[in-house]
Write a protein that binds this ligand. Structure first.
Ligand code: 5GP
Length: 187
C-alpha cells in the first residue's frame, strides 16, 4: 500500500484534534499555496445538514470495508464509530499531496512515507474548539466525545509533533503553513 512508484509528489499531512479548523485550512491552502492537491477522503459518517456533498465521498460501511480489503487506502482509521480513509492518491504530475487526517492516520502515513511532512494543528483554547464544533452543528454529546478524544490525541501525539501551528487566525495560519511547506520543498 504505497503511493505509486512513478509518483514523485511529497506528502503533506495536517493532523490534530477534530474541530481545530483543519479542513478550512486545507481548503485555503489549496488556494494560496501553489502545486498542492487535496485528497478527498472517504467516510462512513453521515453528512451534516450544511456540509457540502464534496467534502467527503460518503459511503456505507460495506463499501468502505470492501475498498479497504482491496488495499485501496493509503491509510484509514475509525474515529468515534465511523471509518475515514485516504484513497491511494493520484495527484497530477508536479503537485504535492495534502491530507487532513487523524493522529492514527498520520502515524500510518509516516510509517509508509518517513519523508512526509507532518504538521500538527491545534486550537488556541478548548473554548474556541467547542465553538467551532457547535457552529458546524455537532450534537452536545458528540462535542463531548470529540473533546475527550482531543485530549487523548494531544497526549499521544508528542512524537509526531515536530511542526505545530496554533490556528488562532486563519490567514496567519495559512501563511505559516505555506512557509513550512516552502521550507520543506527546499530540503
Ligand atoms: P469529521 O467527522 O469532523 O469530518 O472528521 C473527524 C476526524 O477525521 C477529523 O480529525 C478529520 O481530520 C479526520 N479525517 C478526515 N478524513 C480522514 C481520512 O481520510 N483519514 C483519517 N485517518 N482521518 C480523516
Amino acid at each position: 500500500m504505497a503511493v505509486s512508484s512513478e509518483q514523485s509528489s511529497d506528502i503533506i499531512v495536517l493532523f490534530g484534534p477534530s474541530g481545530v479548523g483543519k479542513s478550512t485550512i486545507a481548503t485555503e491552502l489549496i488556494k494560496h499555496c501553489p502545486n498542492l492537491w487535496l485528497s478527498r477522503s472517504w467516510t462512513t459518517r453521515p453528512r451534516r445538514p450544511q456540509e457540502s456533498p464534496d467534502s467527503y465521498k460518503f459511503v456505507d460501511r460495506d463499501e468502505f470495508i470492501a475498498h479497504r480489503e482491496a488495499g485501496r487506502f493509503l491509510e484509514c482509521d475509525e474515529f468515534l464509530g465511523n471509518f475515514y480513509g485516504t484513497p491511494i492518491p493520484e495527484a497530477p504530475q508536479g503537485e504535492d499531496i495534502l491530507l487532513e487526517i487523524t493522529l492514527d492516520g498520520a502515524e500510518q502515513v509516516k510509517k509508509l512515507h518517513p519523508e512526509a511532512l507532518l504538521i500538527f494543528v491545534d486550537t488556541p483554547s478548548q473554548h474556541d474548539q467547542k465553538r467551532r464544533l457547535r457552529r458546524r452543528g455537532d450534537s452536545a454529546s458528540n462535542i463531548r466525545r470529540r473533546l475527550k478524544k482531543s485530549k487523548q490525541e494531544r497526549l499521544r501525539s508528542t512524537a509526531l509533533r515536530k511542526q505545530v501551528v496554533v490556528n488562532d487566525d486563519l490567514v496567519k495560519t495559512v501563511k505559516d503553513i505555506t512557509k513550512i511547506i516552502e521550507e520543506h520543498r527546499k530540503t
